[in-house]
Design a protein around this ligand. Sequence first.
Ligand code: F6P
Length: 344
Amino acid sequence: MNKVGVLTGGGDCPGLNAVIRAVVRRAAQNSVKVVGIKNGWKGLVDLDTADLSVDSVSGILTKGGTILGTSRTNPYKQPEDVKKVIDNYKKLGLDALIAIGGEDTLGVANKLFKENKGIKVVGCPKTIDNDLNATDYTFGFDTAVNIAMEAIDRLHTTAESHHRIMVVEVMGRHAGWIALHSGLATGSDVILIPEVKIDLDEVCDILKKRHARGKGFSIVVVAEGAQFKAGQVVTQEERLDSFGHVRLGGIGEILAQEIEKRTKFETRVTVLGHIQRGGTPTAFDRFLATRFGVKAMDLVLAGKFGYMASLRGTEVTEEPIEKAVGTLKTVDMKLYELAKTFFG
Ligand code: F6P
């Protein structure tokens, strides 16, 4: 094992740099060189790379984003791009590739590995949405939840002063983990997630009853991927990215208008958006990302290709990448039922 490539793909999240640093440090300990692939799979299509050293990753642990850049490039959109990826992997003289990403990036990694064309991959799971299967947690999630928590706490005080309803739209494309955790952590009055269709009558009923018992303000947390009973996800544009995803956003605004119309309570909306993905990672995410980076490098050294780092309970272990792609880890309904105890 002489040379290993590392890339970060898909939406960025706090902790990516911590993984890159850990990979490089573990590699250096074992006299392995690391090549950074720029901008996810795009860097392997375009042969855009930078050598990484202990020096070049010094000081990045605390930084958000990714020093390698990222993209949502899917080489499987164009057969010639897959060929370029394979050719460039060989041209770079790589013995293995560590792909840090969510379902899409790891899906490509798994496909390349399964096609058996000489690409040896190890995965490292990331997403603020925490919706990847085969790991209990992904790094980035804890930071996103804490950012949402702080924002909601702040909205709480202004909601109370003005006797308003505050609708807060958080990220969560297919799963409501961020909404659930930040909503519970802040004592929010309604939490709406993609897994359960929104019943407007029920929401307004909860809010009216709360106001009737003298609480003149309420907080409603809604995940961007939540849908009304009779409706579809709310999108910002119809165009799909190269993995077939639409750009979500806007459910908060529509929900706020409906709530105000039906309850007559003054309502405002705040969309947290990419703020949840930016900035420095929490201690939990730095710790997890560092453990994942070391594990990913250890999997490479042990020749366990097609596997990814995974957190099970408190142990960092390994799981086949294919277990993480295909189906998503959605919110456990027992937890959502628990959250309902605190609605209103
Ligand atoms: O998958 C993570 C995520 O943050 C989703 O919650 C969100 O829908 C999406 O990425 C936004 O992606 P982009 O950065 O392309 O707007």
